[in-house]
Each structure stands twice: as structure tokens, then as C-alpha cells.
Design a protein around this ligand. Sequence first.
Ligand code: FAD
Ligand code: NAD
Length: 478
Amino acid sequence: MSEQYDVIVIGAGPAGYAAAIRAAQLGMSTACIDKSIGKDGKPVLGGTCLNWGCIPSKALLDASHKFHDAKHGFAAMGVKVSGVEIDVPAMIARKDQVVTGLTQGIQGLFKGNGVTHLAGRGKLLKDRKVEFTANDGAVSVLQAKNVIVAAGSVPVQIPPAPLTEGFIVDSTGALEFQSVPQRLGVIGAGVIGLELGSVWNRLGAQVVVLEALKEFLPMADERVSRDAEKILRKQGLDIRLGYLVTSAKVVNGAVEVAFKTPDGEQSVTVDKLIVAVGRRPATQNLLSADCGVNLDERGFLYVNDVCETDVPGVYAVGDVVRGPMLAHKGTEEGVMVADRIAGHKPMVNYDCIPSVIYTHPEIAWVGKTEQEVKAGGDAYNVGQFPFAASGRALAANDTEGFVKVIADAATDRILGIHVLGPQASEIVAQAVISMEFDGSAEDLGLTMFAHPSLSEALHEAALGVAGHAIHMVNRKKK
Ligand code: FAD
Ligand code: NAD
């Protein structure tokens, strides 16, 4: 007889491992299958996020920011340093240490919570059976009462720029450079392009970012995109909009990249090229033809609002299903599904998913952009407060950006909060809490914030919705 589990999870990224831990905590016998192999050749947990995504990229962003600040920012604060150097192999090794610590942490959490880790590949068969191919090649069929598919995503590759070891790389390769490339090309001015472009720009590379669209960060609030573009250009990122790459090839130890521009065909030569044009669901070899789970029109596993597929007892969560490809979105879906299997009825609030781009300053938002609210046709009010008027930002010499609060004109309900500025990722968490509780701009305005703190900019922007910001000249009289 095949081995039986209450829950089998396929994939141990932030969606899958969270689902597995919660399921086990709720008393269900749980196995989690993952095929990832770490740099040391051993199985690793944590998926893209911990191994090749969120965490390693942030380790490099933090390291490169410290280097850049020491070189270019300290003097303004009266701190004199000389001989600041970057040791790239040491920076990469520290990043690896952070990753190892966290992935081993998940191993510990699996053990402690009673999740069985099965290292290998999982394939969903019909009737909630899962074919498990262990890393040593042994194949077995497992039976589950419930299956949670959390296979995640992989980078999109484009025919004009085939990956070429050491020269043309995806985001994973861009986390492993052992020296600073003198000239770096990035295809795609999306989240990965801007984050990893920033890392190597701060360390001294000349970075050119080639983006097919004519607009910069169209998913962000227009005012945020406009100001962020200016700031990032000033930092040295050569962002070219409306540029469509037509070919990239290695010639004499460098990469020649050709592209169509609004002014005709052009080319640039770089030492390394990062392809960062999006990610796609990891569905290859994941589903048997008769398993009953369907894909949607974009190739994601089709699920409803509570992550149920078309097969009762089979769920899918994280990057492999619709919605933003974000670790926290996957985690919340994974936990929700485990809870629902146990008979509880939680929901994920898809209107309250924060987005953060970890450039400096950071870019973060939750809810609707002003252009979306305007297109909706309802009247609204906006309050905005610049970090240049924040005592804490001035003290820290970190004053670029602003906070913007958009509220419904009739009800004052907060519709969206946008932050471009230092620690925007932390400030947006407060915005999420306000919106989760259906807060109004007035509620935020009546809340006390510690002084001096960067979060006071959120407070002032909320007060500004009614024209009552204290540290601004207000012309609205109410
Ligand atoms: P994944 O993390 O992709 O995990 C899926 C796992 O399933 C993998 O380990 C995979 O090997 C395994 N798997 C797949 N198929 C099978 C199979 N058939 N059998 C067994 N195992 C299988 N998001 C953020 O929210 N914040 C960030 O700062 C951020 N930074 C990022 C930076 C980079 C460079 C990248 C690439 C991504 C970043 N992301 C970030 C996105 C984030 O990593 C993903 O949204 C998140 O990892 C998705 O989680 P998941 O569990 O759905 O899938
Ligand atoms: P993305 O969708 O953010 O950006 C890809 C960009 O590439 C887009 O602007 C697109 O117009 C452009 N593009 C596509 N094809 C092109 C071409 N042929 N030539 C030039 N430009 C082209 O995707 P990404 O940056 O690869 O990131 C993938 C996913 O990972 C995102 O969905 C994101 O949510 C997630 N991620 C999140 C974070 C974070 O939360 N901080 C960080 C990194 C990645």
C-alpha cells in the first residue's frame, strides 16, 4: 500500500513551507516535497525566496548600501573614512551564510513541528496521489487526503538573450558575480532589474537598464514612479525606456546587446547582462494529464478565491497561481489553505497586499494608485508629506521621497498609501494595518506616532487628506 498523509505539499518555498508547518501544527500528518539543491549539493528548503530571491538580494542590497554610504554619505555627517573597499567574494560569502542560516532554520522548524521532508520531485496524479521521485532516482506513489501545490516560479527566458554562463545570466546568476563588472546591462526595469541594478551600480558598475515599455514602473502610483525614476537616474542607473532587445551575444569576452529604440536600431557592449523580464509558473512535469487540475489562460494553476483547484482536496498557492508573485502573498495563502483543510474559514484579503521595491529610497505601497482611483470615477482626497520636512529623515540625512495617502472623499476610507522614502517597507506595514481595519484618514490622523520617527510622515500625510497637516502650509480650510 502507498504511504498515506493527511497533507502533501509540493514545494517548500514561503508558500509551501508555511502551509506544511501550519498543517502539522494543526495536527495533520504532513509531508513536504522539494527538489531544490543548494550550492553544497545538498537538498535545501525555502524555495526561491530564501535561496535565490528575497533574502540573498536583500543581503546584497544592504551590503552595497553600506559600502556606498561609507564612500559617499558619511562625509556629509562629519564621519571621515578613507580607503573604503569592497571585497565582493566576502560579500557573496556573507550572503550565502545568511541563506544557509535561514534554510537550516526551516529544516529545524520542519523537525520541530513534525513535517516530513521528502527531498526530490513531486508530480500530482489523479485521486490526490503524488508520484515522488527521490533525489537518488527511487520512485514511489504517495496518497494524500489533501494536496497543496506550491511549486513556485522560474525566470522567464527570452530567445534574443539566451543565458550564457558567466556573461548572460538570470537573477540567480546576478547574485553570484565574484567581481564588479565594469559595464552591466539589465534587460527589464522591473523589480529585479532595479534592485540588482542598484546593487552593482552602488559598487561601481556602469549600469544600463533596457526596458521595453515606454512607462517607468507603470504598476506604481504615477507620482511615485516619476520621482523614483528621477532619483534612480541621479544615482547613475542609465534607464532606457521603449527599448526592445533584439539580440545579445558574446563577442570577444563581452556581450553585444542590440535593441530597437524609438530612434531606430542601436547596440551597447557590456561585460555582463542580466535578464530580468519576469517569472512564470513552474508547471513543467508537475501535473499528470489526468490529474484534473486545470491551468488558466496565462498558464497558472487555476484556483478560486480560496485557492481551491478544480479537484476537491487539491489546492494551489503562491507564485504558481494568479496574483502578485510575492513571498508574503504565498505565505498567507499557504496558511489559509492549511487552516481551511482543518475546518476553519479564513480568507486572504487580496486588496491589502503590500508591494515593496528595495531600492534606496525604498518604494512601497498598498491599495490603489491615484490613477486607478481616478479611473474608478469616485471623488477622492489626497494628503502628501515630504521626508524633506521630517525631523527624523533630516537627522539621518535621508530626505528623498514622500508619503501619499488617498482616501475616499465621501467616507474618508483609505484607498491607497504610497511611500517613496527611507524604510518605506516598514512604514507601509502601518498602512496595511490601517486598511485591514478599514481605517479612515482621520483614524490615522488621530493616532499618536513616536517623535521623531520616519512614520510621522505617514501621520502628516493622513492629516493632509483633510488639509490639517501641522508641519505644512495648508490651503484647504475645513
Ligand atoms: P518558490 O519560492 O519558487 O518555491 C517553490 C519551490 O518548489 C522551489 O524550491 C522549487 O524547487 C520547488 N518545486 C517546484 N516544482 C517542484 C516539483 N515538481 N517537485 C518538488 N519541488 C518542486 N518576493 C517578495 O515578497 N519580496 C522580495 O523582496 C522578493 N525578492 C525577490 C528577489 C529575487 C531575485 C527573486 C527571483 C524573487 C523575489 N521575490 C520577492 C519573489 C519571491 O521569491 C516569490 O514570490 C516566492 O519565493 C514565491 O514563493 P513560492 O513558495 O510560491 O515559490
Ligand atoms: P517584473 O514583471 O517586475 O519586470 C519585468 C520587466 O521586464 C517589465 O518592466 C517588462 O516590461 C520588462 N520586459 C519584459 N520583456 C522585455 C524585453 N524583451 N525587453 C525589455 N524589457 C522587457 O519582473 P521581474 O523584475 O523579473 O521580477 C519577477 C517577479 O519577482 C515579480 O513579479 C516580482 O513581484 C517578484 N520580485 C519581487 C521583489 C520584491 O518584492 N521586492 C523583488 C524581486 C522580484
